[in-house]
Ligand binder design. Structure first.
Ligand code: PLP
Length: 423
């Protein structure tokens, strides 16, 4: 029996620990709020969240009844018009934002452009935008473009060095655009400390929450964050290409000069008047007609968080990532792996990245065995844990399969070397 033959490879203590941790997990019932195919261990919820069970019926209703039957009346009768602000508020609950400050819509890239441009306009006369050289590429491309557009300089300063830089040269900085979690290594930075440093320099803090929203507690109002953006399809599980979100702190809204002055953000959109006059509040950040079906999918997906305490999500996420690192220490010792993710819990987001020169074929071979993670060039295997649907047993299974593949050399087979467009 192959299972019995494999069993001695896993020390009983890891198996027993996984079982005990799962048995004591208060969030275990949330797994039933997601539809995952049997036999799959899904550790890529940091790229595309799993499908929440509430989404398919909500989509059927949105398409058949709201669109098919109610037709254009749905803008009023099914409240399509308010969807961006209503769903924005639902996201706000997960990121420490009181109602009226978060808007759902467009992509993170678009929202970054809006936030960077409007942020720079809130600090006229300051010539610099700051960003992290290790930040996700789209953030850097957009910061460079906004710099060119507004005639500003762009400086790249690592998050870890940002407070010191701001203390010394912060008086020239308009906006500091950073992510609290490194998308490759999963390193977590202290949002409150960095935001405080920006404010001592009277610069604005713009957080990209793509790898934080739904993954760990975020306190935008409590940290007095100025602007934030984030992704709907990662830990929020809103579906492929789900609308992103933009947060504008209440105190900045009256002066918030949105660069994309679409008619949906007008004070009187159906007055069809000539000049642009921005709406009150966060609604002024609206652009054009929103993708209603995608918004309704995201709204249904967010119900997976109903009654869920983000502190519990964080506790479980740390337990999962800590356990994953322990499993890797024990089961992958001597096989060429090293952890790229910090060991200290307070410096860890909700993913673990392991370095290995064969990262690409290893991830391919793992996927073929039903363990789905991803890789980032050149040598990182990334395992995202969404505490709503990943268990300690899943984590142990994943590392056990990785060990088996590495020892047998299965990843060297030709079929695991072929690259698709998306990695
Ligand atoms: C995932 C991610 C994005 C994605 O941007 P899109 O416009 O949705 O493609 C942007 N920034 C960061 C930090 C990300 O992790």
């Amino acid at each position: 029996m192959p299972a019995a033959a494999e069993a001695p490879a896993v020390p009983d203590t890891l198996q027993a620990r996984a079982g005990a941790l799962d048995a004591a997990d208060p969030l275990a019932p949330l797994r039933a709020r997601f539809l995952l195919p049997p036999g799959v261990v899904y550790l890529d919820g940091n790229s595309l969240g799993a499908l929440p069970a509430a989404v398919p019926p909500a989509m059927t209703d949105a398409v058949r009844r709201q669109w098919g039957t109610d037709l254009i009346r749905s803008w009023n009768d099914n409240d399509w018009w308010q969807a961006p602000t209503r769903i924005g508020d639902a996201i706000g609950r997960l990121i420490g934002a009181a109602p009226g400050q978060t808007l759902a819509g467009d992509s993170t890239s678009v929202q970054l452009f809006n936030a960077l441009t409007a942020g720079a306009r809130l600090r006229p006369g300051r010539p610099l935008l700051l960003t992290d050289p290790d930040l996700f590429p789209t953030d850097q491309y957009l910061t460079d473009s906004v710099g060119r557009l507004l005639g500003m300089g762009v400086l790249r300063v690592r998050a870890a060095e940002l407070p010191r830089f701001l203390a010394e040269r912060g008086d020239r900085v308009a906006v500091a655009a950073y992510s609290p979690v490194d998308y490759r290594t999963g390193e977590l930075y202290d949002m409150a400390a960095i935001t405080g440093a920006a404010h001592r320099a009277d610069a604005l803090m713009l957080w990209d929450l793509c790898h934080a929203a739904g993954a760990l507690p975020v306190d935008l109002d409590g940290t007095a964050t100025d602007l934030a953006v984030g992704c709907g399809y990662k830990y929020l599980s809103g579906g492929p290409g789900a609308p992103a979100f933009l947060y504008v702190a209440q105190r900045h809204q009256a002066a918030f000069d949105h660069p994309l002055t679409g008619w949906n953000g007008h004070a009187d959109p159906f007055g069809m008047t000539r000049g642009y006059a921005p709406a009150e509040g966060i609604a002024r950040a609206r652009i054009g007609t929103p993708p209603v079906l995608s918004l309704l999918a995201l709204e249904a997906a967010l119900t997976a968080f109903d009654g869920v305490d983000m502190a519990q999500v964080r506790a479980k996420s740390l337990s999962l990532t800590g356990f994953l690192l322990d499993c890797a220490d024990t089961l992958l010792a001597g096989l060429g792996f090293s952890a790229a993710t910090p060991r200290a819990p307070e410096r860890r987001g909700s993913q673990v990245a392991l370095r290995h020169p064969d990262a690409f074929p290893l991830v391919q071979a793992l996927t073929a065995r039903g363990v789905i993670g991803d890789m980032r060039a050149p040598d990182l295997l990334r395992f995202g844990v969404n505490a709503l649907y990943v268990s300690h047993r899943d984590v142990l299974h994943a590392i056990r399969e990785l060990r088996d593949i590495t020892i047998t050399g299965e990843h060297r087979e030709l079929r695991h070397q072929l690259r698709s467009t998306v990695t």
